[in-house]
Design a protein around this ligand. Structure first.
Ligand code: PMP
Length: 422
């Protein structure tokens, strides 16, 4: 028997979670033990509607896009472009041409660092990032800095895992060309105050790139309200497939930027020695794109809109409140990051004397899937003086009962490893 949720006041009321779970085939699989999936920050599960949209493409209109003068190619093109429009509406972009399809967040950020970066960053310029960045929003800027002689500067964090913004005035100078930062930390779940930082960055003439891999899936994101210059996210963390990501950019910037990868689809005309490139987004979508995956992401966006991002955010908030409250009575447990009201999605922790990989291994025996490691955020690990943490992350399909199973698993791990040490 598993413990009942300990606090009646926290009974979930924002979403019909049972109905939602019914949309996800993997969550309905018979297995012993039953799968408790607490790793959506790494990749989310996929609802039937997304699998069906991709299946329909392969079964009924599989063809390359933008070139074929025949029915199924025209249908594939229309559905691919329809997906782009859905994504533009989802993040409130003014025009669908501001949506560039990439493979993932990592590729979107590399595209900007290489293309915009090479055209705009010079020796002595400064690139401002934070210590809580995923490596995907750090390494492309490190390479750019090494190539150009620019300098990387860092916004530090408080012990609680919030950005130290009293430093911002000192860090943002007329040398700052771009601020590249995460909206939500993949380790701590911290939600950063993007609008304030964007306003301050623009006041010194710097551009702003937002890594929205952990925010677009979990809370309403409005690029016009944020006023960011670039925004990057991945399909596979928002109920969509792998192999598809998005780069949003302000149109004048996308127009000015040189292409990143070049080849088929990116051009207006090609001569022997030089070429004229197409307008965005085509300029940045070299070669045959991930057609089925883009269509699948369009279906995922329809699904998330139907459930409602406000409701998803509220649901995760309740899960986090419950998890913080329940887990904090385990002796020797450290939770990293801020209180639930300042975060979303994830809870990172360590149990005294037990390696996070061992914790994840014990939890797996009872079907609970969590992640353990440095979460591609080594500078953040260094800040907390740990090599790794265990991270449980939540999404629209998780329940309070699953958090009880996490709690039970942590207690089991504690028993096993305490016994071994005696
Ligand atoms: N940024 C953040 C904040 C992330 O959480 C992740 C995925 N863990 C990435 C970037 C990279 O995403 P992808 O692997 O889909 O490119």
């Amino acid at each position: 028997m598993h413990a009942q949720p300990m606090n009646d006041a926290l009974t979930l009321h924002t979403l019909d979670v049972e109905a939602i779970r019914n949309d996800f085939p993997i969550l309905k699989q018979e297995s012993d033990p039953r799968l408790i999936y607490l790793d959506s920050a790494a990749t989310s599960q996929t609802p039937d509607c997304v699998v069906n949209a991709m299946d329909e493409y392969y079964r009924t209109y599989n063809a390359n896009i933008h070139r074929g003068i025949y029915r199924i190619s025209e249908e594939a093109t229309a559905r691919y472009e329809e997906a782009r429009k859905k994504i533009a509406r989802f993040i409130n972009a003014r025009r669908s041409s501001q949506i560039v399809f990439t493979r993932n967040t990592t590729e979107s950020i590399n595209l900007v660092a290489y293309s915009w970066g090479s055209a705009n960053i010079r020796e002595g310029d400064e690139i401002l990032v934070t210590v809580m960045e995923h490596h995907s929003n750090l390494l492309p800027w490190q390479l750019l800095a090494q190539r150009t002689g620019a300098k990387l500067r860092f916004i530090e964090i408080t012990e609680e895992g919030l950005l130290q913004l009293d430093d911002l005035d000192r860090l943002l100078t007329e040398r700052t060309r771009i601020v590249a930062m995460t909206h939500v930390s993949n380790v701590l779940g911290t939600i950063n105050p993007i609008q304030d930082i964007t306003a301050a960055a623009h006041a010194v003439g710097a551009k702003v790139l937002i890594d929205a891999a952990q925010s677009v899936p979990h809370l309403p994101v409005d690029v016009q309200q944020m006023d960011c210059d670039f925004l990057a996210f991945s399909g596979h963390k928002m109920c969509g497939p792998t192999g598809i990501g998005v780069l949003y950019g302000k149109l004048d910037l996308l127009e000015e930027m040189p292409p990143f990868l070049v080849g088929g689809s990116t051009i207006r005309s090609v001569q022997r020695e030089h070429s004229i490139y197409a307008d965005p987004p085509a300029k940045f979508e070299a070669g045959t794109p991930s057609i089925a995956e883009a269509i699948g992401l369009g279906a995922a966006v329809d699904y998330l809109r139907k459930v409602g991002l406000e409701a998803i955010y509220a649901h995760e908030h309740e899960l986090l409140e419950y998890a913080h409250q329940k887990l904090s009575d385990i002796e020797g447990l450290t939770i990293y990051g801020p209180k639930p009201r300042q975060k979303t999605g994830a809870i990172s922790l360590n149990l005294d004397g037990i390696h996070p990989h061992d914790l994840a291994g014990v939890l797996d025996v009872s079907g609970v899937a969590i992640r353990a490691g440095h979460h591609c955020a080594q500078p953040l690990m260094q800040q907390y003086d740990v090599i790794a943490t265990a991270r449980a992350s939540f999404y629209l399909y998780n329940t309070l009962e699953e958090i009880d199973r996490l709690y039970d698993g942590l207690l089991t791990a504690k028993k096993i490893f305490t016994r071994r040490r005696r």
